[in-house]
Ligand binder design. Structure first.
Ligand SMILES: Nc1ncnc2c1ncn2[C@@H]1O[C@H](COP(=O)(O)OP(=O)(O)OP(=O)(O)O)[C@@H](O)[C@H]1O
Ligand SMILES: [Mg+2]
Length: 361
């Protein structure tokens, strides 16, 4: 079986099933000449963490705003827990909005209210009595590790603590879905990791479904089960995180991934010739069981000349080995490069000749 399994066929309308929390079919939204959303179809299953990644202006925030009812699509269907939210009057949207919690890049806490009152705010709006909503707020502050900050004001908290309050507030009304729009973009790497670990923990403990939007592949890699790549209002690629990392199909995915995958060192890339040299430089991508086998030992055993390992390594994403290597194959036997490619392709690897190195004899 080919290791690179795409989880969804791009463009095929998703089929409704009972465990879907979100279902979008051909959602479109224009702003003047800009198609911010140009036919988005996707589903998020209960308990799943879906990462949506794209460059600035790709349509990510517009998508999130359509999901929480702040923006209305021009056409298409949006269902939350099987109920359509398209075309609902404002007052009918309110109960559905409570099923959707949201966290923001800049936390959006009320500076004049204590932490516990910030967390309890959605319950106040929903008409829950003060004692009951404070009890719930304290439970949630416990969950996010801020039990001792209930009476503090947001100004006295660090960015990471503020986002924990934001997460507690988003969970107050026991939503079915948590939306996150760049919730870690304003945080340093260590705080980002702790917030992502908290979200994963909540996802596991509460079975909460999470849709998170980011421009950072590292965020997707750390917590998402599935990733959808959005560009110019369209989903251009979608699949299990490890499979998209292993075999990105589109240029946009490759460029978003470039900082997260091994690259041929620049000084070697700079001296490659497109036509000739004493060694051919090959890039090899492979994932799944083949990636952790004795690939290079087998390759050495199968072929007469030794090759040189230039750069690369094996990563583990969602417990799947995902490997990328650059090797140099001598060109003195012209058939060798083709034999190496055949051998690797038979192991489901993607192989590309990047050029020829002139420095090694
Ligand atoms: N209210 C609006 N009026 C006019 N144009 C808009 C509006 N909202 C979004 N757009 C345009 O729609 C496109 C998508 O915007 P959106 O905010 O969804 O992008 P994004 O992916 O969230 O970008 P970023 O990563 O920078 O937050 C952009 O071209 C943007 O300029
Ligand atoms: Mg945005």
């Amino acid at each position: 079986m080919n290791s690179f399994v795409s989880a969804a066929q791009i463009g095929a309308p998703p089929q409704a099933t009972a465990d879907e929390v979100v279902r979008l079919v051909d959602v479109r939204r224009r702003f003047g000449a800009t198609a911010a959303l140009d036919g988005i179809s996707l589903t998020v299953r209960k308990g799943e963490i879906l990462g949506i990644i794209g460059r600035s202006g790709a349509g990510k925030s517009t998508l999130i705003r359509c999901l929480n009812g702040l923006e209305r699509p021009d056409s298409g269907e949006i269902e939350i827990e099987g109920r359509s939210i398209v075309g609902l009057a404002e007052e009918d949207l309110q109960p559905l909005r409570r099923r959707v919690g949201m966290i923001f890049q800049h936390f959006n806490l009320l500076a004049a209210k204590t932490v516990e009152d910030n967390v309890a705010l959605p319950l106040k709006i929903a008409g829950v009595a003060r004692a009951e909503r404070l009890k719930r707020a304290h439970e949630l502050l416990d969950l996010v590790g801020l039990a001792d900050k209930a009476r503090a004001y947001p100004a006295s908290l660090s960015g990471g603590q503020k986002q924990r309050v934001g997460i507690a507030r988003a969970l107050a009304a026991r939503p079915a879905l948590l939306l996150s729009d760049e919730a870690t973009s304003a945080l340093d790497p260590e705080t980002t990791r702790s917030i992502l670990a908290l979200l994963k923990d909540i996802n596991r403990k509460l079975g909460l479904t999470i849709l998170l939007i980011t421009h950072e592949m590292e965020v997707v890699r750390t917590i998402a089960d599935r990733v959808a790549v959005i560009d110019a209002g369209r989903i251009v690629e979608e699949g299990q995180v490890w499979s998209v990392f292993a075999d990105p199909k589109t240029l946009i995915s490759r460029s978003l991934l470039s900082g997260n995958r091994p690259q041929l060192p620049e000084h070697i890339a700079a001296r490659l010739s497109p036509t000739s040299g004493s060694e051919a430089i090959l890039s090899i991508d492979l994932a799944g069981p083949e990636a952790q086998g004795a690939l290079f030992a087998d390759l050495s055993a199968a072929l007469p000349y030794s090759f040189r390992l230039v750069h690369g390594g094996i990563d583990h994403i969602q417990n799947q080995p995902v490997a990328k290597f650059f090797i140099a194959v001598p060109t003195r036997d012209p058939a060798l490069k083709d034999k190496v490619q055949q051998f690797l392709k038979a192991r489901s690897a993607r192989v590309e000749v990047l050029g020829y190195d002139t420095d090694h004899v």
